[in-house]
Design a protein around this ligand. Structure first.
Ligand SMILES: C[S@@+](CC[C@H](N)C(=O)[O-])C[C@H]1O[C@@H](n2cnc3c(N)ncnc32)[C@H](O)[C@@H]1O
Length: 267
């Protein structure tokens, strides 16, 4: 067996599994199955905020964006990965949803997006692509600018607490006709390591690659403080995207919703 190891960590410029294999992201994350569950979460978000326009910040291959757009909501999926965006465009090119995909970094959003959206969502740990509290401030400030007065933001951080130090936990294993992805993670203090083993058994000579990247978890207190500092109000914490449970110290995930003032000095 050919063994090729690619450990993408420490150096942020190292290629990650998502960048190298963007075209396998949906297989790796079992998008078809996820879509059914996620549709119910998007329904709950739509029910709560009734948006006419949505910015999906960190859209990857566009699953969340399309679930909004197919409800007739004007949606922009934004991502800093050109490869992810090209997968998203390919997937939805035959749909007539009010949907487009745009390149951009949360930390440097163009003025053309200012004051345009009723809702910004940044789900499934997309915000973990922001590395420092200073960058988080810039990203939230940019989300605030893209919202119309009275608009809202929803941030979802996964696997938040209840994770013991140095404990390895499975995320998901997928096997698509011999293309196997095994994902698991480990918490070390604020650092959350994600490992991906990719085993391609489809050819005579199987290949095996290991990827690892980490991000620093932002705490609930940091997220709420910075949302407040950039001008958001009505900040609420939940344990899930259906807003059915309040966030607590034993919650696995953190969902924070906040609103831009209807008439804002921070616009
Ligand atoms: C884990 S994926 C989540 C994708 C999607 N929200 C979902 O539910 O499948 C995170 C995505 O966010 C993007 N991302 C992370 N940090 C970003 C940043 N600072 N600016 C723009 N995109 C970012 C990544 O390129 C990646 O495609």
């Amino acid at each position: 067996m050919l063994i090729h190891e690619n450990v993408a960590m420490k150096n942020k410029t190292d290629i990650s599994v998502f960048e190298k294999y963007a075209h396998e992201y949906d297989l790796m994350t079992n998008a078809r199955q996820r879509e059914k569950d996620h549709d119910k979460e998007v329904a709950a978000i739509v029910n709560r905020f009734s948006p006419q326009s949505v910015l999906d910040a960190g859209c990857a291959t566009g699953l969340t964006s399309a679930l909004f757009a197919r409800r007739g909501i004007e949606t922009v999926g934004l991502d800093r990965s050109q490869k992810m965006l090209s997968e998203a465009r390919k997937k939805y090119k035959h749909h007539d949803y009010p949907l487009r995909f745009q390149f951009g970094h949360f930390e440097k959003l163009p003025k053309s997006l200012h004051n345009k959206f009723d809702l910004v969502v940044s789900l499934a740990n997309s915000i973990s692509g922001v590395h420092t509290l200073k960058e988080l401030y810039t990203a939230f400030s940019n989300f605030h600018k893209t919202l119309k007065p009275g608009g809202s933001v929803v941030i979802q951080i996964l696997n938040y607490t209840g994770w013991k130090e140095n404990e390895l936990r499975p995320i998901r294993v997928t096997d698509n006709d011999g293309l196997v992805h095994i994902r698991f993670s480990e918490r070390q203090g604020r650092k959350f390591h994600v490992y991906v083993i990719r085993l391609d058994n489809r050819n005579a000579e199987p290949t095996f690659e290991v990827f690892r990247h980490y991000f620093d978890n932002f705490s609930a207190a940091e997220v709420t403080r910075i949302l407040k500092e950039v001008g958001f109000t009505k900040i609420q914490k939940f344990a899930d995207l259906k807003f059915s449970e309040k966030f607590g110290m034993t919650s696995r995930d953190l969902v924070v919703a906040a609103t831009k003032r209807a008439s804002s000095f921070f616009a």
